[in-house]
Design a protein around this ligand. Structure first.
Ligand code: HEC
Ligand code: HEC
Length: 332
C-alpha cells in the first residue's frame, strides 16, 4: 500500500520535473537572445509620411499644435494603445495601466497598484505627466525612459501626439486648460526649454560627423551584440531575420543583400538613397521613425556615441571602407 503511494508520489514528482524543465526550455525557445531593449511589432502610426521625416533630434514644441488639436482624432489615434491600455474611468489595468486622468498625474505612481518598471519610476521621480513630458514619451518611450516596459515604438507625428494628448486630457474629472495660440515671441523660448528640459539627454545633440571622428570600431563591434539576434556581419554571412550587413555603408537602402525580402516601408523610404552616415544614424536612433512600418523590430539606440561607434564598425566591414569624417576645428 505505502509502496503504491510512493509510486504515485514518484510519478507526480517526475511529471512536475518534466513540466518545469520543459517550461524553461520553452521560454528559452521563445526568447532565444535577450535584446538590450524590447522590440515588439506594435508599430507607430501607419500613415506617417515617409517623405521628409524630421531628424529625431529635438522635438518641436507641442503647445502650438495643442491649440488646434482634435480630441476626436486623438481618440482614433489611440487604437494602437488599446492593445495595452484602457482609457475609461474605473477600467482595469492591462499590459499597461489604465490612463483615465493621466494628464497632470504623477509619473509611474498609483494607477491602482500597477507594477511600473524601475526605469520609468526613476525617470519620473517627483515629476508629473505634463503636456511636454507626454509629448516626449509618446514620441519615443525608450528615449524618455530607457528600459521602460512600454514596448511601443512611438508616434513620430507631432500632430498625432497633440491630438492624443488632447484626448487624454479630456478623460479626466478636471481636464486642464489646453494652450490657446502661442505668440510668435514665445516660440524660441519654448523650443529652448523643450530641448534643455529633463527629458532630452543632450540639449543639442552633437552631429554624427563629430562623433564619428572619434568613434571606436571595437566598441562599435561590442554594441552590435544586440543586432546579432537578427543580423550577420561578416562577408558572405547568411541573411537571418534581417539581412547580412557586410558593406552596408554607402550601399543602396533595402536593395540586393542576396535577395533579402525587405519591407515595402523601407523600400519606399529608401528609394534612390544610400546608407550614408546620417541615414544610418537616424535609422539606428529609431527604425520606426526612419521608415514607419519597417520590419526591423529594434527599438533603437538612444545614445549618439553608441551609434557613431556602431557606424564606424559597420564602415570597417567593407572591401572599401569610406573615410570617416575628421575632427573639425573648434566650432561646435
Ligand atoms: C505594447 C503595449 C503598449 C502600447 C501599445 C502602449 N503602451 Fe503605454 N504603457 C505600457 C506599459 C507596459 C506601461 C508601463 C511602463 C513602465 O512601467 O515602464 C505604459 C505606460 C504608459 C503611460 C504612463 C502611465 C503612468 O501612470 O505613468 C502613458 C501615459 C502611456 N503608457 C500612454 C500610451 C499611449 C498614449 C499609447 C498609444 C499612443 C500607448 N501608451 C501604447 C504598454 C503599452
Ligand atoms: C529583432 C531583429 C533585429 C535587430 C535586433 C536588429 N535588426 Fe537590423 N534589420 C532587421 C530587419 C528585419 C531588417 C529589414 C528591415 C525592413 O525590410 O524593413 C533590418 C535592416 C537593417 C539595415 C538595413 C539593411 C539594408 O540593406 O538596407 C541595417 C543597416 C540594420 N538593420 C542595422 C542594424 C543594427 C546596426 C542593429 C543593432 C544595433 C540592428 N540592425 C538590429 C532586424 C533586426
Amino acid at each position: 500500500m505505502s509502496f503504491e503511494m510512493n509510486k504515485i508520489a514518484g510519478a507526480i514528482l517526475a511529471a512536475m520535473i518534466v513540466a518545469f524543465v520543459s517550461g524553461i526550455i520553452a521560454s528559452n525557445l521563445v526568447n532565444p537572445t535577450p535584446l538590450k531593449k524590447n522590440a515588439y511589432e506594435v508599430a507607430a502610426a501607419p500613415e506617417a509620411t515617409s517623405a521628409n521625416q524630421q531628424a529625431p533630434a529635438g522635438l518641436q514644441p507641442i503647445e502650438p499644435l495643442l491649440a488646434s488639436a482634435s480630441v476626436q482624432s486623438g481618440e482614433s489615434h489611440t487604437s494602437v494603445c488599446k492593445a495595452c491600455h484602457t482609457f475609461n474611468k474605473g477600467e482595469p489595468n492591462k499590459i499597461g495601466p489604465n490612463l483615465y486622468g493621466i494628464v497632470g498625474a504623477p509619473i509611474a505612481e498609483d494607477r491602482n497598484g500597477f507594477a511600473f518598471s524601475d526605469a520609468l519610476k526613476a525617470k519620473g521621480k517627483g515629476q508629473k505627466w505634463t503636456v511636454d513630458n507626454l509629448n516626449d514619451w509618446i514620441d519615443d518611450p525608450q528615449h524618455f525612459a530607457s528600459g521602460t516596459k512600454m514596448t511601443f515604438a512611438g508616434d513620430p507625428k507631432a500632430k498625432d501626439r497633440a491630438d492624443i494628448i488632447a484626448y487624454l486630457n479630456s478623460l479626466s474629472d478636471h481636464p486642464q486648460p489646453l494652450p490657446t495660440a502661442v505668440p510668435e515671441s514665445a516660440k524660441p523660448a519654448a523650443a529652448a526649454s523643450a530641448s534643455g528640459g529633463q527629458s532630452n539627454a543632450s540639449p543639442s545633440p552633437p552631429s554624427i560627423d563629430k562623433l564619428l571622428a572619434s568613434a571606436n570600431v571595437d566598441t562599435g563591434k561590442a554594441h552590435t551584440a544586440v543586432c546579432q539576434a537578427c543580423h550577420t556581419f561578416n562577408k558572405g554571412g547568411p541573411n537571418k531575420i534581417g539581412p547580412n550587413l557586410y558593406g552596408v555603408v554607402g550601399s543602396a537602402i533595402a536593395e540586393g543583400r542576396n535577395g533579402f525580402a525587405f519591407s515595402d516601408a523601407l523600400k519606399a523610404k529608401g528609394k534612390g538613397q544610400t546608407w550614408t552616415f546620417e541615414n544610418l544614424d537616424e535609422w539606428l536612433t529609431n527604425p520606426q521613425h526612419f521608415a514607419s512600418g519597417t520590419k526591423m523590430t529594434f527599438a533603437g539606440d538612444a545614445k549618439a556615441q553608441d551609434r557613431a561607434d556602431i557606424i564606424a564598425y559597420l564602415n570597417s566591414l567593407s572591401d572599401h571602407p569610406q573615410p570617416l569624417p575628421k575632427a573639425q576645428p573648434s566650432s561646435k
